[in-house]
Ligand binder design. Structure first.
Ligand code: PMP
Length: 421
């Protein structure tokens, strides 16, 4: 039996509708920005494998560090114990995060990093004896697939089967020059109930790479702070260089109280989650009263191998060559966006840092499920490029080591698609 036949017999893939699913493509190797299939076909991973990979596949430096760690210590319980990697990673990350971030809490992935952040906020109010239980979030937000993370995400086809079970959240529009004052007034009106405001800073990834102004977000955050509403920046997607700076919050003046990370944290090597918070939040849990404990701990909390991968990824991330690569991608994206802007098939192009999104014109509905999406996806696959459109929006966010030739190849395939599809 082939790998695909064996897969189809036993595996339930994410985002697959069982009756109509295409068989999965069997990938056996990765190198740089490329993935290689069992039959030798090469695919350029233009979306960094669901936005996780920043230094390329099969990165030898990360692999070496992970291998060394595996031979030393693969895992140890993190309740009541510690290990060097967890401490060093927290020290090094906190040193480059907004300066109010003081403590690091490890978990398993982006959704759990968000769950932890929400629990920290809700219990902060519980522990300090005040009743603030509502959460504020943006419409169309996406913060993960677990129940808490789903609750603070926009209601959509993805959540429909569970909507009645999700907790109530106040959803507001993204800020712009016209609605900012109204949004601030709404927050003031709700403030005595509001525990926190969670947002994807600058770019709402899953909503379709929706980009919004840092200055407007900043003003909204400053207003929340004034009203005592805690701020959670979900940097699961935007962290580690995606927006051009190390973190999207580096574009802002107002510092969040809590930050969530995953995806690029390990360089895309393995699952890992991190939630950081201020000393003020941490102090609300420091007590002899056991009821004030944050009772949240995953079996693999602070896994030493994930810490080693993250430390290696951080070494590479902080090397000047990586920032040069990020700047190079930004410039090439800009030039390409200028070149194709005005194409009759394009509704709009937008860019934040290394993320370039192109919105295709379509008569069909613009939902995630439209048929244009499937046609574009298959078209690019047939050209050896992995681009997974979100509805009628295609986006490129490559590993930073992608070569100019690989980017040029993707750009010209997009130009061809604009003319042919
Ligand atoms: N937050 C954001 C902003 C995300 O984009 C994602 C994943 N796309 C998540 C949280 C959830 O992360 P994970 O898939 O690792 O649970």
């Amino acid at each position: 039996m082939s790998l695909v036949e064996r897969d189809l017999a036993v595996i339930w893939h994410p985002y697959t509708q069982m009756q109509t699913a295409q068989p999965p493509i069997p990938i056996v190797r990765g190198e740089g920005a490329c993935l290689f299939a069992e039959d030798g076909t090469k695919y350029i991973d233009a979306i960094s494998s669901w936005w996780v990979n920043i230094h390329g596949h099969g990165n030898p430096y990360i692999a070496q560090k992970v291998a060394e760690q595996l031979l030393k210590l693969e895992h140890a319980i993190f309740a009541g114990f510690t290990h060097p990697g967890a401490v060093e990673l927290a020290e090094r990350l906190l040193a480059i995060l907004p300066e109010n971030q003081a403590k690091a809490f490890y978990s398993d992935n982006g959704s759990t990093a968000v769950e932890v952040a929400i629990k920290m906020c809700l219990q902060y109010w519980f522990n300090t004896g005040r009743q603030r239980t509502k959460i504020l979030a943006f419409k169309n937000a996406y913060h993960g697939d677990t129940f808490g993370a789903m609750s603070v995400s926009g209601r959509s086809a993805f959540t429909a089967a569970f909507d009645s079970l999700l907790f109530e959240v106040e959803f507001i529009d993204l800020p712009n020059a016209d609605n900012l004052q109204d949004l601030k007034a709404a927050i003031t009106h709700l403030k005595s109930d509001l525990a926190c405001f969670i947002f994807e800073p600058l770019v709402q990834g899953s909503a379709g790479m929706v980009m919004y102004d840092a200055a407007h977000l900043d003003e909204l955050m400053a207003h929340c702070r004034q009203e005592g509403v805690l701020l959670i920046a979900d940097e699961v997607f935007t962290g580690f260089g995606r927006t051009g700076k190390a973190f999207a919050c580096d574009h802002l003046q107002t510092q969040p109280d809590i930050m969530c990370f995953s995806k690029g944290l390990t360089g895309g090597t393995m699952a890992f989650g991190l939630t950081t918070c201020t000393q003020v939040i941490y102090d609300a849990f420091l007590s002899d009263d056991k009821m004030k404990t944050l009772f949240h701990g995953h079996s693999y909390t602070a896994n030493p191998v994930a810490c080693a991968a993250s430390l290696a990824s951080l070494d590479l991330f902080l090397a000047p060559a990586t920032q040069q690569n990020i700047d190079r991608i930004i410039n090439l994206h800009q030039a390409f966006a200028r070149k194709i802007s005005g194409h009759p098939m394009l509704k709009s192009t937008r860019q934040t840092g290394t993320i370039l999104a192109l919105e295709w014109k379509t008569d069909d509905n613009t939902s995630y499920f439209n048929t244009l999406r499937d046609r574009l996806y298959q078209y690019f696959l047939s050209k050896g490029i992995i681009l997974r459109p979100l509805g009628n929006i295609i986006y490129i966010l490559p590993p930073y080591c992608i070569t100019n030739d690989e980017l040029d190849y993707i750009y010209s395939a997009i130009e061809k698609a604009l003319d042919e599809i």
